[in-house]
Ligand binder design. Structure first.
Ligand code: ADP
Ligand code: MG
Length: 205
């Protein structure tokens, strides 16, 4: 058994993940907004920046005791502070992943992979989208699956999934209004999802 397989992750790890994700969103906000200006309404960077600032401030006040509670609290912040479609979708992702982790104080990578799978399924249900529709799911679905192998595999799968949205025609969300004109642009939500998964891999080291 490798070291990574045996390792478990507590509330502090999850707080670090969300803070690192928030820093990445801050750093890449202009790029996310640029991508959203091509096939959306140019607010994705600002939306996530606002949401993750609220998540970070909330977790600084008091970090919940379990991984599940950290993710549920962060999901609630995203739902209440992000105006765009991505707020309820990312909020649902974190809340449902957190709920699937239950009350455990420490979770394994395998348990997180399974919980993230449940979170991703909830996003698909809420938004009615599936892989190939040019949404965040194009990064999240392969990432959750690859997390069963390793954190690094999840990061690579998310990045590949985000890149693979370029030639797709959007079938959900604002970009779908553009029809064929959405082809040739990378989906902003798939790009931010890849950032979140990269932050997870970074914190896992
Ligand atoms: P809005 O589209 O309301 O301006 P954002 O710009 O914050 O919201 O987020 C846009 C991103 O949300 C898209 O790039 C896409 O990845 C994701 N998205 C939009 N609709 C859906 C959906 N129905 N299912 C999954 N993801 C979606
Ligand atoms: Mg937008």
């Amino acid at each position: 058994m490798s070291e990574e397989t045996e390792r478990t992750y507590g509330a502090e790890f999850f707080r670090s993940w969300l803070e690192t994700a928030g820093a990445a969103v801050d750093r890449e906000a202009d790029r996310l907004t640029e991508l959203d200006s091509a096939i959306g309404d140019a607010d994705h960077g600002a939306n996530l920046k606002r949401g993750f600032a609220a998540v970070t401030a909330d977790l600084e006040k008091e970090t919940p005791a379990t991984p599940g509670a950290v993710l549920v609290a962060a999901g609630k912040q995203l739902i209440s502070t992000v105006g765009g479609a991505s707020g309820p979708l990312y909020g649902t992702l974190l809340r449902r992943t957190g709920k699937a982790l239950g009350e455990a104080e420490q979770v394994s990578r395998a348990a997180l992979a399974e919980a993230l799978g449940a979170g991703v399924a909830a996003v698909a249900q809420l938004g009615g989208a599936q892989v190939g529709d040019k949404t965040m799911l194009d990064a999240l679905v392969p990432a959750a699956e690859a997390l069963g192998t390793s954190f690094a595999a999840a990061r690579e799968a998310a990045e590949a999934g985000a890149l693979a949205t370029v030639p797709l025609r959007a079938r959900k969300g604002r970009a779908s209004y553009l029809g064929e004109r959405s082809v040739g642009h990378q989906d902003p939500g798939a790009t931010s999802s890849a950032l979140l998964i990269a932050a997870l891999a970074e914190v896992a080291g």
